[in-house]
Ligand binder design. Structure first.
Ligand code: FMN
Length: 361
């Protein structure tokens, strides 16, 4: 496909009409909970890179954002500046670390805090083989003392909060008592915030992708954790896909974290931000406009177009022209002139925004 044909394309009017805008405004923070973690976007490898976070910040002015997991070893040996880069507009933003060595994690946390991150989160939930080999991620749930030592070392190294993202259990270690023992031990080391993906991890036999869907969700267990540890901040994650459920869960926990739903449908994230923090949702056209300006600057600085546009796939999810938009993005022309392609995409986005406005009139 050429830039010209992209420009000429008119989006077919075949997709579903947009849902009714969410008009309800309310601040649902549980008393005592820092408002900033009431809504957050999950750390996701290959997704929540700095470009993605820049876009999501435009859509959701208050949501807490998380980086992809960065291993402590990568920060020690790799290109630290590149791994830690973020835009000031991303605040509040947390750096998620992977690792199991207290000294290495402390050094990584120090680097993250020095770079300006608002929180350092430790990944105790990732089920991938690669991660198990290094003995971190979900496998660490079986070693609460070690996690506690890591948290203690990280807290010692930084002034910003150190949090833990975990699961309900691992393999057959899936009792509520197992979870409580883990939380209690790690909390004693000073961790006050637990983000709980409300399903256990099956380390043997399920791929990381299956591990995000196959083990059943159990929100009741996360609610119970909050009831039993009222002084801890408990954030619920996993399978939240609509506003009503997310808002209802805020009656029971301190915050909700959305992963795939926020990425696949940023408008949903924007509506949740608006409902929780009491403002009008940011029109997707405004967010896209500002993102395209950012993309122009990034392209001028040498960033590849696709690295910038791949996070926009969901911008019109479930709305007229959404399928067409996705197809355009996935078939971007291989052009010498990324700026021309970007300008054509911007025009298409305007076209779609106009149509969506007409649909929602
Ligand atoms: C593509 C992808 C990458 C992920 N990478 C990470 C990661 O780096 N660190 C982490 O703690 N969880 C990671 N997760 C898990 C999410 O943070 C989240 O716990 C999970 O997707 C469940 O939430 P959701 O149903 O709202 O998506 C990833 C999930 C996806 C889909």
């Amino acid at each position: 496909m050429s830039v010209e044909s992209l420009r000429r394309e008119r989006a077919p009017i075949s997709d579903a009409a947009p849902p009714e805008p969410q008009r309800e405004r309310r601040m649902r923070a549980r008393s005592g909970a820092p408002v900033s973690r009431v809504l957050s976007v999950a750390p996701m490898m290959e997704r929540t890179d700095r470009h993605c976070r820049y876009f999501l910040r435009l859509v959701a002015p208050n949501a807490f954002l998380y980086t992809e997991m960065v291993t402590a070893a990568a920060l020690r040996h790799g290109d630290r500046d590149r791994l830690l880069a973020f835009d000031p507009s991303e605040h509040p933003v947390a750096l998620q670390l992977g690792g199991s060595d207290p000294h290495e994690l402390a050094a990584a946390a120090r680097a993250g805090a020095a770079a300006g991150y608002d929180e350092i989160d430790l990944n105790v939930g990732c089920p991938s083989d690669r991660v198990q080999a290094g003995c971190f991620g979900a496998a660490l749930m079986r070693e609460p003392e070690r996690v506690a030592a890591c948290v203690a070392a990280m807290r010692e190294a930084v002034d910003v909060p150190v949090t833990v993202k975990t699961r309900l259990g691992v393999d057959h270690d899936d009792s509520y008592e197992f979870l409580c023992r883990f939380v209690e031990t790690v909390a004693r080391a000073g961790c006050e915030t637990f983000i709980v993906h409300a399903r256990k991890a099956w380390l043997k036999g399920l791929s990381p992708k299956q591990n995000r869907d196959v083990p059943p969700l159990d929100y009741a267990r996360v609610r119970r954790l909050k009831r039993d540890f009222p002084s801890l901040e408990v954030i619920l994650n996993g399978g939240l896909k609509d506003e009503a459920t997310a808002l209802a869960e805020l009656d029971h926990v301190d915050g909700v974290m959305l992963g795939r739903a926020a990425y696949d449908d940023p408008v949903l994230l924007g509506r949740l931000d608006a409902a929780i923090f009491g403002h009008e949702p940011v029109p997707i056209g405004d967010a896209l406009d500002r993102y395209f300006e950012y993309a122009e600057r990034e392209i001028a600085a040498g960033t590849r177009l696709r690295a910038l546009t791949r996070h926009l796939m969901g911008a019109f999810a479930g709305r007229p022209g959404g399928r067409h938009w996705r197809r355009m993005l996935s078939e971007l022309p291989r052009s010498e002139d990324d700026r021309a392609t970007l300008a054509a995409l911007r025009e298409l986005a305007w076209n779609l925004v106009e149509r969506n406005v007409r649909y929602s009139d």
